[in-house]
Structures are given as C-alpha cells and as structure tokens.
Design a protein around this ligand. Structure first.
Ligand code: AMP
Ligand code: TRP
Length: 421
C-alpha cells in the first residue's frame, strides 16, 4: 500500500551533482574537507519531469518500511517510514498551500508515520506583526486539523515548541557553505523584494532551519510544493555533508553508534497542484505575499468572495478549454484546480471541459470550490472555538516530536565533539 501511495508522487529521476566541482575544490583547498577522494558526489535530485504529468523524484525505490539506519538511537523506533512537513503562519493559508502540500498529507498519514508542524520560526524572516504571530500559528494548526490531519495518526506541533529545531540549526549553520545559501532562488527573490540592504540574515539562513526541521526527525519523505525543490536539494546535501564530516568511524571514535547521523530525505511533489498559479497572472505562483487578495483563494474565504474571485479571475479569449497549452497558463491552472477539488482525473476534466467557454466553466469551478472548502471551514470554526482542545493537540504533538528530535540532536552534539552533560 505504501508504494501505491508514494507512486502518486514519485518519479525516479536522473541524478547529478548540483554544486560545481570547483566549489568543492575550493573547500578542499581551504582544508574544510580533508579527504577529497572519499567525498561521494551527493546523490542529488534534479526533480526533472520525465513524464509530462509527474513531478517528483527519488533516487531510491521507496518502500513502506523504515530501515532506521540513521535513527536507531531514537526512543520511538518506527517500522514505518517517516514523513514531515510544515507551513508558515504568515498571511492566510491558500489553495496553493492546500493542493501543493496539506491535501497530500491527509493521504500519506494513513500509511506513514507523520509529523506536521507550523513553522513559526520561519515566519519571522521577513517583517511581521508580533501581535498576530501566535494567533496565526493557532489558526494554521486549526486549518491542518480542519483539512483532515488526524491526531490519532499524526503529530501536530509548533516548531518553536521543540527547542531542538533552533539548536540544530546553529550546528548545521557552521557546516553550510555560504555559497550554497547565496544560490537559493527564494532568497534572491525575497531579498530583492524586501530591499536587499535591510534584509535580515535569517532570510539567508532560512534553508538551514528547514533542513534542521527535516533532519531532526530522520525523515524519509517531505511532501511539499515545487517551490521547495531547491531547499530540499540543499537539505539532502547538508545531510550527506554532515554524515561525511562527522559520521561513520569518526562518530564511533567519539563513542557514538557510527554509521549515518542523518537520513537523506526525499521530496514528494505531487503530479498536479505542485504549483498553483495566481488568479490574476497564470505565470506567477499563487502566494501569500502577493499584495492583491484577488490573486488567491484562501481556504477560509466565504462563498461570495470565492464567487467574486473566480468571476473576476484572468482568462483568455481562445475557444474551448484545454490543459498544457503553454499559451494558456490560466486555462491550465483553472482546469487543474477543478480537477483536484472534484477528485476527477485529468482525462475526465479534459473531456468534460473541452467544448466549454468561460461563462459555463466559471460557475462550475465556483461550485466545486465552495463544495470542497465549505466542510473545511465548518470544521475550522469548531476547532477554533475549543481552544483547550487545540492546546492539548499541540502539547501532545510537541512532546512526541521532542522525543525524536532530542535523540538526533544528542547524536549530533556527540559526533561534533561537544562535552556532554
Ligand atoms: P508556505 O506558505 O511558503 O509556508 O508554503 C507551505 C507549503 O505550500 C510548501 O510545501 C509550499 O511548497 C506549498 N506551496 C506554497 N505556494 C504554493 C503554490 N502556489 N502551489 C503549490 N504549492 C504551494
Ligand atoms: N520552507 C517551507 C515553505 O516556505 C516551509 C517549511 C519549513 C517546511 N520547514 C519545513 C516544509 C520542513 C517542509 C519541511 O514553504
């Protein structure tokens, strides 16, 4: 069953090193990596589409069973493979977050051990309103639950409630070449928008925190949207780098178990919904930071707002409706959204909508969105009205997560040579 679930996401990809060998050479010269001949080029994932509809990759055929190779010291020994993911509590959770990430978590939690966190430490990397942070954190947690994250199957917690995230980040920062961070597209884009000079260092080191979130849990898979591909590549490289620099025999000499310190995780990027586009521009990603609320459908938008946003969204004047025409990005996007919220197949939607015009399709899409989101909105209100319940969920989630995270963190301290208490 695990294979069937994962195969909806994964597509074996070609692998090749992402960072040029000159960069590695530079590090070797400076003595950072002492035994160049032992460096295995990290098994990098390029996440290239090999087929038109699939959009993810793996360098290993995944199976359901967790080999626990890097996590045998964990107090929670799991036979199931482990999955982690998170969303930032900034702005409002939108259809892109839902279709690219959260909706997929719901399927995965039935088969895998899952931990879903609200990444509040990431939310302070751009200017934010302190008064709103804790409310947005609760609201995001409630959205996870309202979307179907089931606390009998998944741990739900707030990133800052598990201290190990920030602590591991510091240790990993010391091992992360700054050149890797400077290459991050999201950093370049966000710092340009924010006005380079005033950008906080946290925006640059953000991917190290994300790597910590993932590596702490010896995660096997990470379900995310396509915009996180590069951060996932960095996470994988960092895991390999730490394993090489401090793992194996070196770790054994420090009194440790030996072997890999971190498991090298794989991204899970869905074949459809990995990049939901803006309603006002089919070439830009739907995003929380777009100043225009008209550009996105928020999960909590009331019916009339959804209706008006779809009514006014950008379309084109070509006849009929079709997927995958590069000249019709809005058309492809809206059909994909329709496909995902109705649960129909791409072929079914292509057939159903082939001869439609926008005037016929838009009300259909509006109804499908409202029907899909309404039950989520009702559950959200229920959960938000019971703050004691939400507190309990987050407390319990953080306690389970901390057990796993602390075991990894202790291993890293040991392998890096710290005096232990
Ligand atoms: P963020 O809002 O940046 O915290 O993103 C949370 C999750 O939603 C990540 O897995 C992102 O990759 C995913 N995501 C964000 N925007 C989109 C989008 N427009 N389409 C698909 N996935 C998205
Ligand atoms: N960086 C992710 C985003 O902005 C959010 C995130 C932080 C995350 N830590 C993570 C996603 C760990 C998956 C796993 O979308």
């Amino acid at each position: 069953m695990g294979r069937a679930v994962i195969s909806q996401f994964l597509n074996l990809s070609t692998t090749s090193p992402r960072f040029p060998s000159s960069l590695l050479k530079g590090q070797i010269k400076s003595g950072f990596l002492k035994k160049p001949q032992q460096i295995h080029p990290p098994k990098l994932i390029l996440l290239q589409n090999r087929t038109s509809s699939r959009c993810c990759c793996s360098n290993a055929a995944p199976s359901e069973t967790n080999d626990t190779s890097a996590s045998s010291d964990s107090p929670i020994s799991s036979v199931r493979k482990r999955i982690v993911s998170g969303v930032q509590p900034t702005g409002s959770v939108h259809l892109g977050n839902y279709l690219g990430a959260i909706k997929n978590w719901i399927t995965l939690q039935n088969t895998y051990e899952t931990l879903f966190f609200i990444v509040d430490l990431h939310a302070i990397t751009l200017p934010y309103e302190p008064k709103q942070l804790s409310e947005a954190t609760r609201s995001t947690a409630a959205i996870y639950l309202a979307c179907g994250v089931d606390t009998s199957k998944s741990s739900v917690f707030v990133q800052s409630h598990v201290r190990a995230h920030a602590e591991l980040m510091w240790l990993l920062s010391a091992v992360t070449p700054i050149g890797w961070l400077n290459k991050m597209i999201q950093f370049k884009e966000k710092s340009r928008k924010a006005g380079d000079e005033n950008v906080g260092a946290g925006l640059l080191t953000y991917p190290v925190l994300m790597a910590s979130d993932i590596l702490l849990y010896q995660s096997d898979f990470v379900p995310v949207g396509a915009d996180q591909k590069q951060h996932m590549e960095l996470t994988r490289e960092l895991a390999e780098r730490v394993n090489y620099l401090y793992g194996g025999r070196k770790w054994k000499k420090m009194g440790g178990r030996g072997g890999s310190i971190f498991k090298v995780p794989e991204p899970l990027i869905p074949p459809a919904g990995a990049r939901v586009m803006s309603l006002t521009d089919g070439l830009s990603k739907m995003s929380k930071s777009d100043p225009s609320d008209q550009s996105r459908i928020n999960l909590l938008d009331p019916k009339d707002v959804i209706k008006s946003k779809i009514k006014r969204c950008k379309t084109d004047s070509l006849p009929g409706l079709e997927f995958d025409n590069p000249d019709r990005p809005e058309c492809n996007n809206l059909l994909s959204v329709y496909q995902l919220v109705t649960g129909k197949s791409k072929e079914e939607v292509a057939r159903e909508c082939h001869d439609m015009n926008w005037g016929t399709f838009k009300p259909l899409l509006t109804d499908a969105l409202i029907n899909h989101l309404h039950p989520i909105q009702v559950r959200y209100e229920e959960i938000m009205s019971d703050s004691a319940y939400l507190d309990r969920v987050l407390l319990d989630g953080a306690s389970k997560a901390a057990d796993i995270a602390d075991a990894t963190l202790n291993n890293v301290y040991q392998a890096m040579g710290f005096l232990r208490r």
